[in-house]
Design a protein around this ligand. Sequence first.
Ligand code: PBG
Length: 332
Amino acid sequence: MRIIGKYPDIRLRRVRNSDWVRRLVSENNLSANDLILPIFVTEGKNKIQKIKSMEGVYRYSVDKLDQIVNQAVKFKIPMIAIFPHTDNKKKDSKGTEALNENNLVCKSIIKIKNKFKNIGVMCDVALDPYTSHGHDGIIKKKQILNDETIEILEKQSVLQAQMGCDVIAPSDMMDGRVGRIRKILDKNNFQNVKILSYAVKYASNFYGPFRDAVGSRTNLKTNKKSYQMDYRNSNEIFREVALDIKEGADFVMVKPGLPYLDIISKIKDSFKIPVFSYQVSGEYSLIKTGIKNKLINDEAILESLISLKRSGSSAIVTYFALDVLKKIKNFS
Ligand code: PBG
């Protein structure tokens, strides 16, 4: 780009020197429309449990879900994402509980869809909340089996759609699952159920607190590098995304968020489809702890989310969704 003119004719600070002009020239803004709120659900009744590694985030028993969903609706958040904390005794090597029509996710979808008409519900499709080993697929001879896992994921997707789930979000990283899920949803008359593919999901070290929240951390003895992406790479994102779009994904997700802004912007530039990003649990807890210890200002929340938008995210899954909307008027 050619730079026209020079100082003192040009003074870039002129458009920064008061709040009103900064607002006029701002290129990116954040509103409720950009946010997806993750919600953890747990067994039992009358429970709102703290999660030690995620201060300010709770697990709700199904009967208490209203409380948090009400807030999401009040703040006009378009969609929530449900994640189950499954009892260890219900876990097995094949994640059988994923297909139980009375499991936590199914009960939550029914409850929410009955009471709230104008909020989208998204559910992960993957086996890790249900497996005794904490992996997203089934294992044989220490390998995560791709095609055998997809067969379970197909059933899990149809079950969630039957319960009323609006957006099926495969987060398992098996090859070819988006196409198979699209086909089986259509076959069961769920043409309008959307697929948000976690197309670009890295084997990240930032997922720790989430694994505490869903109770898979202690089960998981090995890493997920044989199916989630290598953080040293970006070339393969083009094939991951192109394949998923071809297979029928309506939107794609990049995960984690902040360490992967380059990835989000590359995808946005190359494919004109909605790209979502996931500000994951580790990112949340780092920022939260920094604020609590007065190392950073709480406006860091807004800065991190706007950065994700600036890089090209259409929407962001974030544990800060409610927090930021409550605080946004104080930031300028
Ligand atoms: C599981 C899943 C994970 C997250 C969302 N879905 C963890 C993992 O892959 O181990 C992480 C979200 C977060 O850290 O906030 N399929």
